[in-house]
Write a protein that binds this ligand. Sequence first.
Ligand SMILES: NC(=O)NCCC(=O)O
Ligand SMILES: [Zn+2]
Ligand SMILES: [Zn+2]
Length: 468
Amino acid sequence: MTLLITGGEVVGPTGRFAADVLVDGEKISALLAPGTGPADSAKTIDATGKLVIPGGIDVHTHMKLPFGGTFASDDFDTGTKAAAHGGTTTIVDFAVQRTGEVVQDGLAAWHALADGNAHIDYGFHMIIGGVDDDALKAMDQLVADEGVTSFKLFMAYPGVFYSDDGKILRAMQTARENGATIMMHAENGIAIDVLVAQALAKGQTDPVYHGITRPSILEGEATHRAIALAQVARDTPLYFVHLSASEALAEVAAARATGRNVFAETCPQYLYLTLEDQLGAPGFEGAKWVASPPLRPRDESHRDDLWRGLRTNDLAIVSTDHCPFCMKDQKELGLGDFSKIPNGIGTVEHRVDLVYQGVAEGKLSVERWVETIATTPARMFGLYPRKGVIAPGSDADIVLYDPNGRTTISAATHHMNLDYSAWEGVEIAGKVDTVISRGEVLVDRDGTYHGRKGRGRYLKRGLSSYLR
Ligand SMILES: NC(=O)NCCC(=O)O
Ligand SMILES: [Zn+2]
Ligand SMILES: [Zn+2]
């Protein structure tokens, strides 16, 4: 079946230009001069006045992540349907291995969660929570056979996912040999645990102390240490997830200035929200925004520095770290003890809009918007050019975006399985108009959903094509 998208402005790595897009089946078949497409297409969509962009790719989600005695409230059905509504047509989620567990069993468990349930295409990173000889061998096997080419390590969460510097170095050395990318949660978890215990001992139990006991300098220190370890491992490609702090960004920028394979993402919560305004909300309300790293102080330069980092490409990607927990029965596990609040914020449905708001406010070009939400995620994680670009031969994952539309975010209208919105009431000067996945309209102009669970396919990812 052919689909012709007419009258729009295509946005891609080479800039923005007027072109019609011809889709044949699941693939883009041609970009055409406006008005020159075939008259007999089975379906035509008028994209006049719309931006025509590659489907969003969110490379950091945690559907059903086990955390703090519960599980993230979105599964691959609800979470990927919500993603589609927000213009994301691919996610890369995190399969989990803990100390003593077999890596391949963790991957199989995530396939069991996702296969047959996802509405959009998906891949997996692998969390390595227990670095040992078997896990290091498994990394090679996942790269060679399973299409898992990126592995997340944690310098935080002692006793849960934490790896010491020796384990990190061994995993980096393994990745250096098999071509994988190491993804790092960079916070000094050992020092943070001391600060947490001291706060609780003083009766400081409100959510805001989650932020106060994870100071940004301890993200900066861990970032520096991880970069040094990667250098010792002969410049293993190193990607910092959910970077939140100026100090961490400065470390990444310094390493990149010397040509190192160091990359980083940030997330919308760090671009917009703050310790005082959200985490410091009255009573237990701040639990809605408990995530690690935490939201940073309003009057420090973190948010401005992160937007600048997105412009300079010291920050290459915006992902969500979508890890939602309902207030009822989940976040409430931390009533009276902030350290028991499950960590995570739900944003997978709003990333495309929230980053576009940066364009609307003059903080980001429309080209950088597309690069950071779709093209670079595809290149960084071995999905390009199948995904991440409007080009002949690429999957027909296409979003029409209305720069003249308006969006108001609310739990009353969102599709995530979450009993509140971390973004309640936020106004976006723009709107996702139509969402197409492999040539199929999932969300049409009036918001009707046409997708279905199980249509999403597992993506065996290649190695990064973004290395310096
Ligand atoms: N970030 C967070 O608070 N929860 C998800 C797990 C992780 O990314 O560290
Ligand atoms: Zn993390
Ligand atoms: Zn995460």
